[in-house]
Design a protein around this ligand. Structure first.
Ligand code: SF4
Ligand code: SF4
Ligand code: SF4
Length: 317
């Protein structure tokens, strides 16, 4: 569990450094159950800074190099830190320009699951962690709920609850919960090819190509996305199964060996398309074929920048 007082004190200390421009952290959003990214600089109110089980956003998405060579600070959970490591390995910015504030994470809440589990309106709610439970505090009443019932799916088998790389850690190191690795993918792999296609046909048909999945993804940062290129044009603007399928297949391959499984794309999708099934399938294949996992080791080269002289693929030699 993260002590907000300690978190604020650390951020205040960081902001006192002359070479720090701002720290990206969380504060309460418009409604009680929402939290929002907060870019806090020296002049801002640090008492607004929070970390709670409602802090779902992957703040790595907001990290970028500042022109004045100033440092920036960022608060990361374990899964977010994996993204940050991948971004550093892809040389998005130098490590020395970042101050990473890791938070030892006990899991974050899936608001859609929460809405199904409680009858109270969520406009005014605070959440506290208590071992394997969450205590929900409404205006004048409390409700306790088992964590398992409302955690985001990714948290139910989290591999890296403690950030992989940090300068400061708030809270105590937590153990991995990983025990069902790729269960959904393995189940899906057992289906017949026509069943698999039928499933994805249904899913891709629902896609409205709003590109929220791309916009929220921290490792989807091409200046000009192939989806919007006109010369050459890879993809027509029309929203139909064929064009949608091309969009998803190109994006999945573009992220192969780069996606860190943060789940933000699926969370942002307004059509509830199970994008993590596709991402996890790519991740599993990359692991099995190349013994490579994105973002777990700072300093490792990106998958597509590695060449092994003993590569079994004849065409590579
Ligand atoms: S996946 Fe792990 S680190 Fe990420 S929010 Fe869930 S429990 Fe925390
Ligand atoms: S967020 Fe969902 S609906 Fe929007 S483009 Fe991505 S998959 Fe399609
Ligand atoms: S594709 Fe989705 S899960 Fe993978 S890094 Fe991007 S937002 Fe995260």
């Amino acid at each position: 569990m993260v002590d907000n007082k300690e978190l604020r004190q650390e951020i205040q200390k960081i902001l006192k450094q002359d070479d720090v421009k701002y720290v990206i952290c969380y504060k309460k959003g418009t409604y009680g159950f929402q939290t929002t990214p907060y870019f806090v600089s020296k002049k801002d109110n640090i008492t607004e800074i929070i970390f709670s089980p409602l802090c779902v956003n992957n703040l790595s998405s907001y990290v970028k190099s500042e022109e004045e060579n100033k440092k920036i600070g960022v608060v990361v959970k374990g899964c977010d830190s994996r993204t940050l490591v991948q971004m550093l390995n892809e040389k998005r910015l130098p490590r020395e320009r970042l101050i990473i504030i890791g938070v030892a994470c006990g899991g974050v809440i899936d608001v859609k699951k929460l809405q199904k589990n409680i009858s109270e309106p969520l406009e005014n709610i605070d959440v506290f962690e208590e071992k394997d439970k969450f205590v929900l505090q409404f205006n004048n009443k409390k409700q306790t709920i088992r964590k398992k019932e409302v955690l985001l799916d990714k948290c139910l088998h989290c591999e890296y609850p403690t950030p992989l790389n940090y300068d400061v850690l708030i809270g105590e190191k937590t153990k991995s919960l990983g025990n069902e690795e790729y269960k959904d993918v393995k189940d899906f792999e057992k289906k017949k090819p026509d069943e698999k296609w039928k499933f994805w046909e249904e899913q891709f048909s629902c896609c409205i190509r709003c590109y929220a999945c791309r916009n929220v993804c921290p490792v989807c940062y091409c200046e000009k996305c192939m989806a919007e290129q006109l010369d050459p044009q890879w993809l027509c603007r029309s929203v139909n199964l064929s064009e949608n399928a091309v969009w998803h297949i190109i994006r999945a391959f573009h992220l192969a060996g780069r996606c860190t499984g943060c789940g933000e794309c699926e969370r942002a999708c307004p059509m509830d398309i199970p994008l993590m099934l596709l991402n996890k399938k790519m991740e599993k294949d990359v692991k099995e074929l190349f013994d490579y996992s994105a973002g777990v080791e700072l300093g490792s080269k990106p998958l597509l920048a590695i060449f092994k002289p003993d590569d079994p693929e004849e065409d590579i030699k």
